[in-house]
Write a protein that binds this ligand. Structure first.
Ligand code: ATP
Ligand code: MG
Length: 377
């Protein structure tokens, strides 16, 4: 399997870091002189170097990162253990470590509220530098953390820097790619370095000489659009729960993707504020089930998730809105695509290791993640 380029080409030296240079310096400064009782919360759009800056800073200072992916550490217990264990044994066991709570805004749902409080407690008591990352620092969820955090905002990376990086990678990979195609990728990256590199790799999978047309055709998502534009009007125009649910049972489209389309377009199709509110209410209820499915693999919940997010949204309106609606493309889908690619790659690597070490993938993930890191380098 070919390596993922954004991992292969992740900067190993400070000079290679794009865009958020002063932020990177601040992270380094923080690791050298953390404020007692406080954590450093890096926030901003995806693919701008938040997680990367922690690893790069640690590498520069010869520190080791102990990463706690907040979406994995849903169980409060583990954080509690860390708080009482790791944090207090600095002099004894673990010198030069930095604790990273990655993607803390990924902690969702009611039952996880406790873990945010535990992270706050951990920060208060930790004798290690603590860094956290999130896309949005100001969601309600994270409010309890803010008193214990210094905030550091990451910005979108300038297009011209992304362009230069893409050009470098293309050169290293022996790609022949038209300037215009490179520019197209950089332009549509929206300041997301990872997204741009992913797009380039996706293009390179088919041919070694890439034209502007190739770029547009491959990265335009056209085929998929056609299907969604047949499905959306049915959901939004029907008043029948049954019809909407019948459609759900016939779906060829990934439910998660459809969910994003519905979310993006409710307020475009529905005009009455009461209808909009009701539709989002059902969608949010459906989302709870969806999250539970993802987290705990409770697949039987898919029925409830779909009934709420598709059927519920359909019947949220008092009457049908006539006319043609121009539906909007959800930005989030691009993000989801990237995350999925990342997860898949990680899973493949774990499976591979699991086979070789005669262990389960879960065990590999929990206990041998450092091996995965090593393999990447
Ligand atoms: N500022 C940057 N300079 C160079 N490469 C970058 C930069 N930001 C991101 N990248 C590339 O994108 C990859 C992902 O970056 P990173 O994990 O730091 O994103 P992030 O800001 O944490 O995003 P998310 O919000 O999705 O977690 C890196 O491995 C690197 O290859
Ligand atoms: Mg990150």
């Amino acid at each position: 399997m070919e390596r993922i380029w954004y991992i292969k080409y992740a900067p190993t030296r400070i000079e290679e870091f794009l865009g958020n240079k002063s932020q990177l310096m601040k992270v380094i400064e923080w690791l050298k002189h953390p404020k007692p009782g406080k954590g450093l919360l890096l926030y901003g759009p995806p693919g701008t170097g938040k997680t990367l800056s922690v690893y790069l800073a640690a590498r520069t200072l010869k520190m080791q990162v102990i990463e706690t992916n907040a979406s994995d550490v849903r169980d409060v217990e583990k954080i509690k253990q860390m708080a009482s264990g790791v944090g207090k044994q600095k002099t004894l066991f673990l010198p030069n470590h930095v604790i990273l709570f990655d993607e803390v805004d990924g902690i969702g749902g009611l039952e996880e509220r406790g873990s945010i409080a535990e992270i706050a407690r951990f920060i208060k008591e930790s004798r290690f530098p603590v860094v956290l990352t999130a896309n949005d620092a100001y969601t309600n969820k994270l409010r309890p953390l803010l008193p214990y955090c210094e905030l550091l905002k990451f910005n979108k990376v300038p297009i011209r820097e992304i362009y230069a990086r893409l050009k470098y990678i293309a050169m290293k990979e022996g790609l022949e790619i038209d300037e215009k195609a490179l520019k197209f990728i950089a332009d549509k990256s929206n300041g997301d370095v990872r997204g741009a590199i992913n797009d380039l790799q996706l293009l390179a999978q088919t041919k070694k000489h890439i034209t502007y047309e190739d770029a547009i055709n491959t990265l335009g998502y056209r085929e998929y659009d056609k299907e969604i534009f047949e499905v959306l009007p049915v959901i939004f125009k029907t008043l029948s729960f049954k019809n909407a649910m019948f459609l759900a049972s016939q779906l060829n489209i990934d439910f998660d993707l459809l969910f994003e389309w519905i979310r993006e377009n409710i307020s475009i199709e529905y005009k009455d504020p009461e209808d909009v509110a009701k539709a989002y209410y059902y969608l949010a209820r459906g989302d709870l089930f969806r999250k539970r499915i993802m987290k705990r693999q409770y697949w039987r919940y898919i029925v409830y998730a779909q009934a709420l997010a598709i059927g519920g949204v359909a019947v949220a309106k008092k009457q049908k809105y006539p006319g043609f609606t121009r539906y909007q493309y959800p930005l989030k889908i691009r993000l989801m695509k990237q995350k999925k690619e990342e997860r898949d790659a990680m899973k493949e690597e774990m499976k591979d290791l699991a086979k070789k070490l005669h262990a389960s993938s879960k065990k590999i993930k929990d206990e041998y993640s450092y091996l995965l890191e090593k393999l990447k380098n």
